[in-house]
Design a protein around this ligand. Structure first.
Ligand code: NAD
Length: 421
C-alpha cells in the first residue's frame, strides 16, 4: 500500500483505504484519480478553550474534514467521543463520499468531531463547546459548502445550537446549514428515525433475496443509540425477533425476544442497559457469540475484528454503524459465507433523509412524513437492487460492488471537471 501521511495513519483510516484500494484495483481506476481520492481535500484542526461550570478552563480539540467537493457541497456528521482523532474523522469523511455517491446524492463527504466525553459535560458546558466549535469551523460550513448532521454523541439539540450560532453570524436564520435539527426550526419529519428505518428496509430486501422469511428470523443489535434502538424497533414491527442488544456498558439477552419498547424507556431513564431485569445480562463479547439470522452492528468502528469474526453465529450482517468491520474480519466473513451489507449502503437512510431536509430548507416547503418515508424507501431499495445486480453479474461481494459503483461516479466527475489550474 502507498504510504499514508502520519497524521492520518490510524486503524480506521487504514481499513477504509484498504477497501478503497481493493475496489479501485478491481476496475483499474485511473492512477491520478486514485491518488487524489485516497486523501481528504481539506482538514481543519481546532482547539477550543471552554469555561467549565466549576470555573476552570479546559481546552478541547476538534476537527472538520471534507473529503471531496467534486459532486457538490460536503455532508457528514459531527461526533463527540473521547476516541475522536484526525485519522478517524478523515476515514469517516471518505466513507461519506462513497455513501452519497452510491445513493445518487449531489454531495461529497465530510465529517467532524470533538474529542470529549459528552456524558461528563453539563448541558451548559455542552452548549458552550458546541457554539465555540461551530465558530471555529465557520469558514468551512454553510448550506452551499458543508452541512453537518448528528453522529455518535450528538443529537438534534446540538444541531440546533450549531444552526443558531451560524445564523447569529449571518444575521438571519439559515436552517439549511445543518440537518437533523428539531422540526420547529426547519428539521424534517422522519429524519430521527431515517437511519434505523433504512437499515430495516435493507434487511427486509436482503432476506427476500436470500429466500429467508422475516417471521422466524432473529436479530442481534450492537449499540442502542439512535441507529440501534430504532432499527431494533422496526425489526420487531416487521416480525423479526430481536434476541440481544447492547450499549457501551453491557448487553441483554432473551431467547424469546426482547421487549424493545421497554428497553428504550429503561435506557432513556437510566442512560444505561445495566440493571434491566427482564433479560439475562451479557457482555459485549458474548453478544457477538449469539446465534441469530441478522447481526446489526450499530455502535462504533472496528468492532468486528479478526479475533471475533470467526465466532459470529449470524447469516447476515447489516452495517448500521460506520466502518464496524475491519478489512481482516471482512476476509474471514467472506470465506465463511456471511452475507454483509456494507455501511455505505446499509446506513445511508440517514443521509438520504438529511438530503430531503436540506432540500426542504432551501425550498422553504415541507413535505409530509408519509412522502418522506416512501421516497427514502424508493431511493435505498433502488440502490440496494442496483448493487445486488452488479455484485451478481460481476461475481463480487456487496461491499466491493457498492464501492466500485460509488468510486466510478466520483471518477467520472473528476475526469469531467479536470484539474485546476
Ligand atoms: P448514538 O450515540 O446515538 O449511539 C451509539 C450507541 O453505541 C450507544 O448506545 C452507545 O452506548 C453504544 N456503544 C458505544 N460503544 C460501544 C461498544 N463498545 N459496544 C457496544 N455499544 C457501544 O450514535 P448513533 O447515531 O446511533 O450512531 C451509531 C453508529 O451509526 C455510528 O457508527 C454512526 O457513525 C453510525 N451512523 C449514524 C447515523 C445517524 O443518523 N445517527 C447515520 C449513519 C451512520
Amino acid at each position: 500500500m502507498e504510504s499514508i501521511p502520519p497524521e492520518l495513519n490510524t486503524p480506521t483510516y487504514i481499513d477504509v483505504l484498504e477497501q478503497f484500494d481493493a475496489a479501485a484495483d478491481w476496475f483499474c481506476l485511473d492512477r491520478n484519480i486514485w491518488k487524489r481520492l485516497r486523501l481528504p481535500q481539506r482538514a481543519l484542526c481546532v482547539t477550543m478553550p471552554i469555561r467549565m461550570d466549576n470555573g476552570d478552563v479546559h481546552v478541547f480539540q476538534g476537527f472538520r474534514v471534507q473529503h471531496d467537493t467534486s459532486l457538490g457541497p460536503t455532508k457528514g456528521g459531527v461526533r463527540y467521543h473521547p476516541g475522536v482523532n484526525l485519522g478517524e474523522v478523515a476515514a469517516l469523511a471518505m466513507n461519506m463520499t462513497w455513501k452519497c455517491a452510491l445513493v445518487g446524492l449531489p454531495y461529497g463527504g465530510a465529517k467532524g468531531g470533538i474529542r470529549c466525553n459528552p456524558k461528563n459535560l453539563s448541558r451548559r458546558e455542552l452548549q458552550r463547546l458546541t457554539r465555540r466549535y461551530t465558530a471555529e469551523i465557520l469558514p468551512l460550513i454553510g448550506p452551499d459548502h458543508d452541512i453537518p448532521a448528528p453522529d455518535v454523541g450528538t443529537n438534534e439539540q446540538v444541531m440546533a445550537w450549531m444552526m443558531d450560532t451560524y445564523s447569529q453570524q449571518r444575521g438571519y436564520a439559515v436552517p439549511g446549514v445543518v440537518t437533523g435539527k428539531p422540526i420547529c426550526i426547519g428539521g424534517s419529519l422522519g429524519r430521527e428515525e431515517a437511519t434505523g428505518r433504512g437499515v430495516v428496509y435493507i434487511t427486509l430486501e436482503t432476506l427476500r433475496h436470500l429466500g429467508i422469511k422475516a417471521e422466524g428470523s432473529t436479530a442481534v443489535v450492537q449499540g442502542f443509540g439512535n441507529v440501534g434502538s430504532i432499527a431494533a424497533r422496526f425489526l420487531i414491527s416487521n416480525g423479526i425477533k430481536v434476541v440481544g442488544v447492547s450499549d457501551s456498558t453491557c448487553g441483554v439477552y432473551n431467547s424469546n425476544g426482547l421487549d424493545i419498547s421497554a428497553l428504550i424507556s429503561y435506557k432513556k431513564s437510566k442512560h444505561t442497559l445495566e440493571g434491566y431485569s427482564n433479560a439475562e445480562m451479557i457482555t459485549n463479547e458474548e453478544l457477538f457469540g449469539l446465534e441469530c439470522t441478522i447481526l446489526v452492528p450499530a455502535a462504533l468502528s472496528g468492532q468486528i475484528t479478526e479475533e471475533n469474526a470467526g465466532r459470529l453465529k449470524c447469516r447476515i450482517i447489516v452495517e448500521g454503524a460506520n466502518s464496524p468491520t475491519t478489512s481482516g474480519a471482512d476476509e474471514i466473513l467472506r470465506e465463511r459465507g456471511v452475507f454483509v451489507i456494507p455501511d455505505i449502503l446499509a446506513n445511508s437512510g440517514g443521509v438520504i433523509v438529511s438530503y430531503f431536509e436540506w432540500v426542504q430548507d432551501l425550498q422553504k416547503y415541507f413535505w409530509k412524513e408519509k412522502e418522506i418515508n416512501e421516497r427514502l424507501q424508493e431511493v435505498i431499495i433502488t440502490a440496494f437492487n442496483e448493487v445486488l445486480k452488479f455484485s451478481i453479474s460481476e461475481n463480487i461481494d456487496m461491499r466491493k460492488a457498492s464501492m466500485v459503483k460509488a468510486i466510478k461516479r466520483l471518477a467520472d466527475a473528476h475526469l469531467a471537471r479536470g484539474l485546476y489550474p
